[in-house]
Design a protein around this ligand. Structure first.
Ligand code: NAP
Length: 308
């Protein structure tokens, strides 16, 4: 690396669960293609008059305290949501912070369960007040000297949230490097902010948007197309960027996605994005087992991950 990666100083937990602030919903709309059965919504909060204004960086999260109590009669716990607005705020307005929320609906032993906080947020109307905390997160950030790097961003599902903000932040600030977003979701209707990213791709020559639709697209060998498949399948696009000295990788979304990305990077010989312990150095990356990888492969300083 010829550039040093310096992360910006951030403010943490200005508001805690014991002392939250109140923010107001100003926008709440579906941000998948309209007919998706997966309801993902873009929510914007007005934080004016609170100390969150101008102090939440792209890549950080805010906490939401849903009303009500759990089955033990205790108040519901805080849930964290990555912000999807850039540091300067939604539409460049520092009083507006947005996030991306998916309704969670699950069936267990014949009963239907709906996610407490995601459904609370999804149902909110413009003007409703919400208890919020934060900001949180000090590592999943763009470097201070962000325009000196190239970026490959990997997202699955709502893991796209921080990358919406990062793409806006970089491209709208005169960024001239390479920026690639690789996004994975089950069906084509689950693409999140797709129209926005396609427009940005048309507008900016240095931005590429790659989609991996796991249950519709198939790879040459018939297997599912996951975000990590692109490291091999889109070599012409991605390898020249991985090879550059100042490229950083960001990974956000479903826990487990990072393992596939690490393995495929190692197969292609891009070891500089990883810290590989000696135990695995003697085994070909193609033969790495998930259990071994958990303990023996970590992200290097050039790789940022937030998965859960
Ligand atoms: P989703 O729409 O279900 O999409 C997930 C995609 O990832 C699917 O295409 C899925 O394929 C694929 N996938 C499954 N296993 C994979 C693997 N090992 N490697 C790569 N891809 C894989 O996603 P979602 O329901 O929105 O879930 C997003 C997740 O991101 C949630 O767990 C959420 O908590 C997390 N998240 C984290 C952050 C953060 O850390 N800041 C922010 C937002 C969201 P198949 O299902 O077809 O196998």
């Amino acid at each position: 690396m010829s550039e040093e990666i310096v992360l910006p100083e951030v403010e943490l937990n200005i508001y805690s669960p014991k002392d939250p602030t109140e923010v107001t919903v100003v926008e709440n709309y579906i941000c998948t293609i309209e007919n998706s059965p997966n309801f993902v919504r873009h929510l914007t909060f007005d934080v004016s008059g609170t100390d969150l204004e101008g102090r939440v960086r792209v890549g950080q999260s805010i906490g939401i305290l849903p009303p009500g109590v759990n089955e033990k009669g205790r108040p519901h716990k805080l849930r964290l949501y990555s912000v999807s607005s850039p540091t300067k705020g939604e539409n460049g307005n520092s009083t507006l912070i947005s996030t991306t929320v998916k309704r969670t609906i699950e069936e267990f032993e014949g009963k239907l369960y709906t996610g407490i906080c995601s459904n609370y947020l999804a149902d909110l109307q413009v003007g409703d007040k919400v208890k919020a905390t934060g900001p949180s997160g000090r590592r999943f950030l763009l470097p201070q000297n962000a325009n000196d790097f190239n970026y490959v961003l990997f997202a699955t599902g709502t893991g796209i949230a921080p990358f919406r903000g990062m793409v806006i932040e970089l491209l709208e600030s005169g960024f001239k490097g390479d920026l690639v977003l690789v996004f994975g979701c089950p069906y084509r209707t689950d693409l999140i902010y797709a129209d926005f990213f396609r427009k940005m791709e048309q507008k900016y020559d240095n931005f590429q948007y790659i989609t991996c639709i796991s249950r519709e697209d198939r790879r040459a060998d018939g297997s599912k197309k996951y975000v990590q498949s692109s490291i091999e399948d889109c070599q012409d696009q991605l390898s020249p960027i991985f090879e550059k000295e100042n490229t950083l990788i960001y990974i956000c979304g479903l826990k487990g996605m990072e393992a596939g990305i690490y393995q495929n990077l190692a197969i292609q010989g891009f070891d500089e994005y990883l810290v590989i312990k000696p135990k695995l150095e003697t085994i070909a990356p193609e033969d790495w087992k998930w259990e071994d990888m958990k303990r023996n492969v970590k992200p290097s300083t050039r790789t940022f991950e937030e998965v859960y």
